[in-house]
Design a protein around this ligand. Sequence first.
Ligand code: FAD
Length: 321
Amino acid sequence: MKIVDRLKERNGAPFYSFEFFPPKTPSGVSNLYERVERLGKLEPLFVDITWGAGGSTSDLTLELSSNFQRQFNLETQMHLTCTNVTKETVTQALQQAREAGIQNILCLRGDPPAGQEKWEATEGGFANAVDLVRYVRQLHGDYFGISVAGYPEGHIDWFKDTPEISEEDYRRDLQYLKDKVDAGADMIITQLFYDVDVFLKWVKDCREIGINVPIVPGIMPINAYAGFNRMTGFCKTKVPKAIRDGLEAIKDNEDAVKEYGVQLVTDMCRRLLDNGIPGLHMYTLNLEKSTVAILNNLNLLKNTTSRRALPWRPRIGQKTE
Ligand code: FAD
């Protein structure tokens, strides 16, 4: 079923979804299956499987997506990017996804492959995500639910060499987002962010230019200080000073960082839901404890067994995941 149709059935009740990436090792894959089986019992609205940078994990992405959809009966959204792919590859991937019962695709341009500064289209491929959206609609009509990526702080391409995006480029980026929706996307999932005001303003700006599809915030729990710095550095995420200072003070205590992250992200999510945001897309990073603790704090979890085991409180010095 398309995610947007599942969303309609909820009549405004908030939802959550989980994103996973294809692990690099066989043991990582088997851990992921166990984790997804457990998390699936929490009845997420859908789960996402990423498409490895430059198509590096395409076979595994397809395999995991198919199995999560079929074996675990989870509504699965498969990511698909334009990096290093031709139309033929996309045609094939869509066909395989369809045969596996997958009905939701997140259409992306993708980042440049490792070691390459600037993104370049592949010959016989696509120049931007909007072309991929058009192609999926052209080949499969209305069969797939299509999501696209949105950037509350503007896409990084517009401010690689400057700390801020200009107002003009911010507006241009919004217009390109609208183009993706006009081409057939029916949902937007956003890049991670830690400034709720920035996100809410951006949603308002989207609505003002006529973007009317559901907008789902991408939520990244803070699992470790180094990982948080790496991700926010890579994405050039604006991190409010209070959060930087709060984390800096406890950076050598892994458990304190996790606990701080759970509280912080819980408060962020509460504000988002209080402001009418329909649900939360959790970037799990293939981990589960922080994600589950946040959802539990928000009283969103359905499964009573998991609820009994929570809230999660690490003991100092305890290895957690
Ligand atoms: P686009 O929408 O094509 O935008 C890319 C840039 O081009 C933007 O600056 C935009 O403003 C500009 N632009 C758009 N249209 C035009 C036009 N017509 N003319 C000129 N400029 C234009 N990456 C992966 O490799 N695998 C994944 O699984 C993955 N999952 C993601 C999930 C989410 C929710 C998000 C937010 C990102 C994800 N990414 C993933 C990262 C994503 O691929 C990168 O951020 C990439 O740089 C941009 O992809 P896009 O689909 O937003 O591109």
